[in-house]
Design a protein around this ligand. Structure first.
Ligand SMILES: *Cc1c(COP(=O)(O)O)cnc(C)c1O
Length: 337
């Protein structure tokens, strides 16, 4: 099967499994796992932040980012397509007691003028104060669009002038870094906190990072424990994450190249795509998404129907050039019928 449903399906490769098997470990809840400590130090250095925390999932990393930087009753601004709003099971309401002010945005991205117009700060005791903004880089439902350093800088300036915290849900942060060839720390600098997934395009089996200032990461560590995310000999997983940061970041560019070639080939045959796709995610127009996905499955290709009129395809490190061209031919057969 050529699995294009998501970059979460990536498997740890042999070299990664080898470092996992020999990773030194300890009790991370006691702060004694050398592999977790190395990963957290490396992640902090890479993002230019004072500290970093290893968590089981991106969902928990985002939740802890919100919980550590807001109080129940506050309002947070996010895009109506943002993952924490759409796909994290209402955890901001359930565990954060937060109100969400969602803005339509464009390709999953918020504009700073739009955000500025929606910040509410008043002494009026009737009103919930806006205390945090969350952006997604790259965007999931926005077809892998990314914020540039200038755009994040403008958002950071606005937030900090108004006394708000800025979080970046960077589940695919390194796709954004690689696509615009900047340093991770540059793209992270305007944000108070940045999360990223090790378990998507980077190819680790599990785990995410939250990076930020010392006080926030200290608070986040307690919150992780409260949520049940304190793992013991987690170094087995952290070793995979560290390996991924060292070896699998640059190759994200290959995924972007294959996505671009796949699109160009199909566009040449008259098949249309819904949005630009500057990184590894594509949304293809399909009148019969469910049926087309079922036919693709019969040809050994897995993709994700999105509603009834689109199919999502995600390129990742387990899709070779050969897989990519076989998939392009399979899509051509099914979609041109
Ligand atoms: C996948 C994803 C997450 C959540 O990560 P999990 O590890 O699946 O919990 C958060 N934000 C975005 C944009 C994602 O794509």
């Amino acid at each position: 099967m050529i699995d294009l449903r998501s970059d979460t399906v990536t498997q740890p490769d042999e070299a990664m499994r080898t470092v996992m098997a020999s990773a030194p470990v300890g009790d991370d809840v006691m702060g004694e796992d050398p592999s977790v400590n190395r990963l957290e130090a490396a992640a902090a250095a890479l993002t230019g932040k004072e500290g970093a925390l290893f968590l089981p999932t991106g969902t928990m990393a985002n939740l802890v980012a919100f919980l550590s930087q807001t109080r129940p009753g506050d309002t947070v601004i996010l895009c109506s397509d943002a993952h924490p709003y759409r796909f994290e099971a209402g955890n901001l309401a359930r565990f954060g007691g937060l109100l969400t002010k969602t803005l339509a945005g464009s390709l999953g991205k918020l504009g700073s003028a739009d955000v500025a117009a929606n910040i509410i700060q008043t002494d009026d005791p009737h009103i919930s104060p806006t205390t945090m903004v969350s952006i997604e880089n790259t965007t999931n439902l926005g077809s892998g669009a990314f914020y540039t350093v200038d755009e994040v800088t403008a958002m950071g300036q606005l937030c900090h002038e108004r006394g708000l915290r800025l979080h970046c849900d960077g589940a695919r942060f390194f796709n954004a870094v690689v696509a615009q060839q900047v340093e991770a720390a540059q793209l992270a600098a305007p944000c108070d906190t940045v999360s990223f997934c090790l378990s998507k395009g980077l190819g680790a089996p599990a785990g995410s990072i939250l990076a930020g200032d010392r006080a926030t990461i200290h608070a986040a560590r307690r919150l992780r424990k409260q949520l049940g995310g304190g793992m013991r000999q987690a170094g087995i997983l952290a070793a995979a994450g560290l390996y991924a940061l060292e070896h699998h970041v640059a190759t994200l560019a290959e995924d972007h190249r294959r996505a671009g070639e796949f699109r160009k080939y199909l566009e040449g045959l008259g098949i249309s795509f819904l949005y630009p796709s500057p990184t590894n995610i594509l949304f293809m127009a399909s009148e019969r998404a469910q049926e087309d996905v079922a036919s693709l499955r019969e040809s050994g290709i897995l993709a994700l129907p999105v509603g009834s009129a689109a199919i999502r395809v995600v390129f990742h490190r387990d899709i070779s050039d050969g897989d990519a061209s076989a998939a392009a031919e399979g899509f051509a057969r099914v979609l041109r019928r």
